[in-house]
Design a protein around this ligand. Structure first.
Ligand SMILES: Cc1ncc(COP(=O)(O)O)c(C=O)c1O
Length: 393
């Protein structure tokens, strides 16, 4: 009998069913899902509109090369245009976030004819060689896999000084997350993001914003860069954009897209009709349900309650985030708190080395928020004092 290669920790839970913001285990126990498969299920598990659209598409055509035209692709482009700033005239679909980042790196080098790529401390852009070359959130991810892409330079996140010193006329691009997810829910300062924009324009380098975790409404705007009033040259999206279906995207303006030729990239599955259907339906949900505004309002409530109840607890260093992307930075490793939360009926995940990360679906209710905050308080106080009371969702 084959065994599954476990490269993520086994959470010890047999999940048998999922709906909306909840999952159920094999004993029938219900959990509030604030893990959402590393943030993928932001629109909730099995959103009825996405399921219906996928079933309709599956009964017509599942897979086809993008060499052939399909109606679903046209429909997807039509809907997606509503949520993408006008100057991004092109989109290309891939299958995972890492692939979108790899393609972004290729495009930057080809379009600028330069080689140098600048990225930041605590960044996470994925596990393929290109994406891992610009990832620094955990040194373990890179250990033993060297060498990485040449001419990649790591500088300090939120350091205007470093950007000023390192980004120059030889730089192809600067790649950043406006809120670092995996690296610890670290919010980029406004001055920093604006400076990266200014400096890249000055030296003719491209600014790539990785919206794979922050995008599609999670932080309270459809795209995280909107918080800063800037437009990047290229941005990537993934996770939430398929409502659970594996798909990622890269958005480009005409002047960059025009530097690419047929054969410069490709993907057997990228942009298949099912992926187009998933993106189309997810975008319709985002637009029709004003998901980003719900994320903003619910995120503010959740953040406020967490702050009220936890900011004075001794082991809580800081509470950070925007919208429904929240990190509780502890003075201890977060493993025990995350385990305790799971026992109490809340699924959360780790970020950085000390952060409990919450990435709930936009569907969470007032009651879910109360429950999650109660359980967080219990678990963090238990971590402090060695005692907790378990609950249920
Ligand atoms: C900001 C960011 N970029 C890229 C990735 C990589 O995406 P994937 O795991 O789909 O390759 C992730 C995944 O967590 C991410 O959070």
């Amino acid at each position: 009998m084959l065994k599954y290669l476990m490269l993520y920790e086994d959470r010890g839970l047999d999940v048998v069913y999922a709906e909306g913001q909840y999952v159920w285990d094999s004993t029938g126990r219900k959990y509030l899902d604030m893990h959402t498969g590393h943030g993928v299920v932001f629109l909730g598990h099995r959103h009825p509109h996405i399921v219906k659209t996928l079933i309709e598409q599956i009964s017509k055509i599942v897979t086809l090369s993008t060499s052939f035209r399909t109606r679903i692709r046209e429909e997807m482009l039509d809907v997606l245009s509503k949520i993408v700033p006008n100057n991004f005239e092109y989109v290309y679909l891939l299958n995972s976030g890492s692939e979108a980042i790899d393609f972004a790196i290729k495009i930057c080098r080809k379009a600028t004819k330069r080689k140098k790529i600048v990225y930041f401390t605590k960044s996470f852009h994925g596990r393929t060689y290109g994406a891992l070359s610009v990832t620094s959130s955990n040194s373990k991810y890179k250990e033993g896999f060297e060498p990485f892409l040449p001419e990649t330079f790591e500088i300090r996140f939120n350091s205007i000084e470093d950007v000023d010193k390192v980004v120059d006329e030889s730089t192809a691009c600067v790649i950043l997350e406006v809120i670092q997810g995996e690296g610890g829910v670290n919010v980029a300062s406004e001055d920093f993001v604006k400076f990266v924009r200014k400096k890249t324009l000055e030296v003719g380098a491209l600014m790539v914003v990785d919206e794979i975790q922050t995008g599609f409404g999670r932080t309270g705007y459809i795209w995280g860069f909107e918080h800063y009033g800037i437009l990047p040259d290229i941005f990537t999206a993934g996770k939430a954009i398929g409502g659970g279906f594996p798909v990622s995207a890269i958005f480009l303006p005409h002047d960059i897209a025009s530097k690419l030729r047929q054969g410069d990239h490709g993907s057997t599955y990228g942009g298949n009709p099912l992926a187009c259907a998933a993106v189309k339906a997810s975008t319709e949900v985002l637009v029709n349900e004003q998901v980003h505004l719900q994320a903003k309002a619910k995120g503010e409530k959740l953040f406020k309650k967490i702050r009220e109840r936890l900011q004075n607890v001794r082991i809580v260093r800081e509470i950070r985030g925007r919208g429904l992307m929240i990190g509780i930075d502890l003075r201890v490793t977060p493993g025990e708190v995350i385990k305790c939360l799971q026992d109490a009926g809340v699924l959360a995940l780790k970020a950085g080395t000390t952060v409990v990360r919450l990435l709930p679906p936009y569907l969470i209710t007032e009651q879910d928020i109360e429950f999650a905050v109660d359980m967080l308080e219990q678990c963090i106080v238990k971590e402090l004092s060695g005692r907790y009371v378990s609950g249920s969702a």
